[in-house]
Ligand binder design. Structure first.
Ligand code: ASP
Length: 438
C-alpha cells in the first residue's frame, strides 16, 4: 500500500512544523511519497516564502536591489535547517541563485519555484528520503497543460527509494524552462504523484481538520465534513471557501483515488474524505453535507404572458446575456416568467444594455431587476429521493423570519439553492447549520 502525502505551506513554516510532518510520515509506513509546499506563514505577521520570491523578482525586474528580501528568504531556510541539525549546504546554492538573479538570468517561474525546491531538499534530508526534483518528472506541454503519461512514467522511473520527497508547484516545459502552476498548485503536484503511483489515497495535509460544513467566519466552530463526493465538493467550493486547488481534483478522480484532507496540527482528526461515491453510509442521519453561499447577486426577472406556449422566448432572453459574455448562474422559472440570476458585479457594466435588448427582442410584459440578493446552497447527495429535507429548510428559515426570494433545485437533487436578501445571508447560513449539523 502506498499513500501520497502533500504538506501545505503552514505545515512547512518552521522547524516545529517539520517535526510534526516527520511524526505523521513516519507513523505510517505506507506514507512513502511526500510532496511539499514552500514555507508559509509561521504566524499572522509572517510572510509566505512564495510571496517574498515574487517580490524579489519584481524588485530585480525594476532594477531595485532585492538583497533584503532575499535575506529574509534564506534566513527562514537556515533557521529550519539549523534548528533540525541538518547538514545541507544551502549557502552555495543560495549564492549561485543570487548571482544569477543579479544577472537577470532567472525567470519568474524558476525563482518562485525555489520555495518548494528548498523545502523539499530540507524535508528529504530530515526524513532520510530520496529527493526527486519536480523538473525531473512533472512535464508540461507547450500549451502549459501537464503531459500526464510522460510525467507519470518519469515519476515511476525516478521514485526508486524507500521514501521520496518531491517539491510541489512546478515542473519543466519542453524547452527546458521551469514552469509553475497557478498559486496553490502544489495540490496538483500531489494529485499527479498519487495518480502516477496508483496510490491508495492522496492525503492533503493542511491546517484545518477537513472541509468545514459552513464558513467559520459565519458559524462558530463548524464541524468538519467527514465524507464528501466530488460532485458535492464542486457545489460547495463554487460558492464557498476554496480548500483545494481546483486542478488537484482531476488526476486522482480519473483514477478513483480517494483524497483525504487532514490537519498537520491535529493528526488524530480523520479530516474529510473525498471520493466519487461512498458505498456505505458512515453516518445515515446526516442529510446535508454542507451549507454555503455568496452575496451580491442580481435577479433579472421577466414575465411574458402566454410564454409557456411560445417557442424560443427563453432562448431569446438568454442569448442577450450570451452576447454580453455573461455567465448565468441560475434560471428559476414559472409558467410565464423566467428569472436569470447572475453576480451583480458581472452585469454592472452592461445591465442597461441588456435590459434594453430584452425589451426590444423579447417584448416582455414586465421586466424587473432585484439587487442585493444572496444565494445560499444546502448541498447533500443524500437529499435525493428523501422527502422532508426542503420542508425542514423552509420551516427553519420561516421560523427565523427569513424571506426566501428564490428557490432552485436541480434534477439531481444534489443541492437546494435559495435566494435571500443580502442582509439575511449570515443568519440564513447559521439557521441552516443549526438545523442540520449534529
Ligand atoms: N507555494 C505556492 C503558493 O504559495 C504553491 C503552493 O503552496 O501550493 O501558491
Amino acid at each position: 500500500m502506498l499513500k501520497v502525502t502533500k504538506f501545505g505551506g503552514s505545515s512547512m513554516a518552521s522547524a516545529e512544523q517539520y517535526k510534526k510532518v516527520r511524526d505523521i510520515v513516519l507513523s505510517d509506513p505506507a506514507r512513502r511519497v511526500v510532496v511539499v509546499s514552500a514555507a508559509g506563514k509561521k504566524d499572522k505577521n509572517d510572510h509566505k516564502i512564495t510571496d517574498l520570491l515574487y517580490l524579489c523578482y519584481a524588485h530585480t525586474r525594476y532594477g531595485v536591489d532585492c538583497g533584503q528580501v532575499f535575506d529574509m528568504i534564506t534566513s527562514r531556510y537556515f533557521e529550519i535547517r539549523d534548528a533540525l541539525g541538518l547538514q545541507v549546504d544551502l549557502e552555495t546554492e543560495f549564492a549561485v541563485l543570487k548571482k544569477r538573479l543579479d544577472e537577470k538570468a532567472v525567470s519568474q517561474d524558476e525563482l518562485v519555484s525555489r520555495g518548494e525546491y528548498f523545502s523539499a531538499r530540507l524535508m528529504a534530508a530530515y526524513l532520510g528520503f530520496q529527493f526527486v526534483d519536480a523538473v525531473d518528472w512533472v512535464k508540461f506541454k507547450m500549451d502549459g497543460s501537464v503531459d500526464q503519461p510522460a510525467s507519470y512514467a518519469a515519476l515511476r522511473r525516478q521514485a526508486r527509494g524507500e521514501g521520496v520527497v518531491t517539491p510541489g508547484f512546478y515542473g519543466l516545459m519542453p524547452d527546458g524552462q521551469v514552469h509553475t502552476f497557478s498559486r496553490g498548485g502544489s495540490d496538483i503536484t500531489g494529485s499527479l504523484a498519487a495518480a502516477a503511483l496508483n496510490a491508495s489515497v492522496y492525503e492533503n495535509w493542511t491546517d484545518v481538520s477537513g472541509i468545514l460544513m459552513a464558513d467559520p467566519r459565519i458559524v462558530e466552530n463548524p464541524q468538519a465534513i467527514p465524507e464528501v463526493t466530488y460532485d458535492e465538493l464542486r457545489e460547495l467550493s463554487y460558492s464557498g471557501a476554496q480548500v483545494l486547488h481546483e486542478g488537484a481534483i482531476f488526476p486522482v478522480r480519473e483514477k478513483n483515488i480517494p483524497l483525504n484532507i487532514r490537519n498537520t496540527n491535529a493528526p488524530e482528526d480523520p479530516g474529510t474524505m473525498i471520493q466519487e461515491q461512498f458505498d456505505t453510509d458512515a453516518d445515515p442521519s446526516r442529510f446535508i453535507t454542507g451549507i454555503t453561499g455568496k452575496k451580491d447577486f442580481s435577479i433579472v426577472s421577466m414575465t411574458k404572458r402566454g410564454m409557456s406556449n411560445q417557442v424560443g422566448v427563453l432562448r431569446a432572453m438568454l442569448s442577450v446575456f450570451e452576447r454580453h459574455g455573461i455567465s448565468i448562474d441560475y434560471t428559476p422559472n414559472g409558467i410565464d416568467n423566467v428569472s436569470v440570476v447572475v453576480p451583480t458585479e458581472s452585469i454592472a457594466a452592461c445591465l442597461y444594455n441588456i435590459l434594453a435588448e430584452i425589451q426590444q427582442e423579447v417584448r416582455p410584459d414586465s421586466l424587473d431587476v432585484h439587487d442585493q440578493i444572496a444565494v445560499v446552497a444546502a448541498v447533500g447527495r443524500k437529499m435525493a429521493f428523501r422527502p422532508g429535507i426542503s420542508g425542514k429548510i423552509f420551516a427553519a428559515l420561516g421560523q427565523a423570519g427569513i424571506n426566501i426570494r428564490m428557490i432552485n433545485q436541480g434534477p439531481d437533487e444534489l443541492n437546494i439553492i435559495l435566494g435571500v436578501d443580502n442582509r439575511d445571508f449570515s443568519r440564513a447560513i447559521q439557521v441552516l447549520y443549526d438545523s442540520f449539523a449534529k
